[in-house]
Design a protein around this ligand. Structure first.
Ligand code: SAH
Length: 232
């Protein structure tokens, strides 16, 4: 009887969200593998260790929250794969950049925004699907994270708050969105998946002090599409 009772937390998935399971994900991200380069920035790994990803997915998926995989969050959308979140975040800090103010386009579950906030960045995030945004806001509140959010078409950015030291676009478009790179501060970095529905390149744009833009390709990724129009 006692033994059966002790098994219960495992049965409802608590064991699958334990610190041990979470540490295993961190090791996997650090080592890379399966074609993915390892994540080297310890601050980023630490943020991923700290933010409880299982709170950003439906209970039905909580047991899979620390697998390195994208998961459905409703409305045909997904929470990004942890490696992708880590890589995009790490890319903002490379070359000694010290971003303070960041815009995220595509709040989704709120997970990427929470990681950025956990790193001490001032986060502004925009989502076109009202229902997802409401759930994300609840999570930010619950975790005590100071994230500002807005229900809007993120392709226009957040002009009133521009410029941003960093911009993270978490939905794919066939071309870079001009209005977004225009909201990048000198010295700022933008990362965005660019390409068609079948797969994209994760592009990084850097704007130098003179406003010149350099871009590099961080490798293949797959994101849901950047769409127009608002949904309740
Ligand atoms: N960063 C999210 C990933 C969400 S998936 C996370 O960590 O969970 C991409 C999100 O972008 C979806 O929620 C989708 O609704 C949103 N999206 C797509 N087009 C958008 C647009 N034009 N403006 C704002 N959000 C958009």
């Amino acid at each position: 009887m006692m033994a059966r009772m002790r098994l219960q937390p495992e049965a409802i998935g608590v064991g699958m969200t334990s610190q041990r399971v979470r540490d295993r994900l961190i090791e996997r991200l650090r080592q890379g593998g399966g074609g993915l380069p390892g994540i080297r920035d310890e601050r980023v790994l630490n943020a991923i260790r700290t933010v409880p990803r299982h709170l950003f997915v439906d209970e039905a998926f909580a047991t899979r929250a620390y697998e390195d995989t994208a998961l459905p969050i409703g409305h045909g959308q997904t929470i990004s794969q942890p490696w992708v979140v880590a890589r995009m975040t790490e890319a903002l800090f490379e070359g000694g950049a010290q971003p303070k103010k960041v815009l995220e386009v595509g709040t989704g579950s709120g997970y990427q925004g929470a990681i950025l906030a956990a790193l001490g960045l001032q986060v502004f995030t925009v989502e076109r699907i009202g229902d997802l945004l409401r759930q994300a806001r609840k999570r930010f509140r619950q975790l005590g994270l100071d994230v500002r959010s807005r229900h809007d078409d993120g392709r226009i950015g957040w002009p009133e708050e521009a410029p941003f030291d960093a911009i993270v676009v978490t939905a794919a478009a066939p071309e870079l969105v001009e209005a977004l790179s225009a909201q990048l501060a000198p010295g700022g970095t933008l990362v965005a998946p660019v390409g068609g529905a079948g797969g994209q390149s994760l592009l990084r744009l850097r704007k130098d002090a003179e406003g010149n833009i350099a871009r590099d390709d961080l490798g293949p990724v797959i994101f849901v599409p950047l769409l127009s129009g608002l949904v309740d």
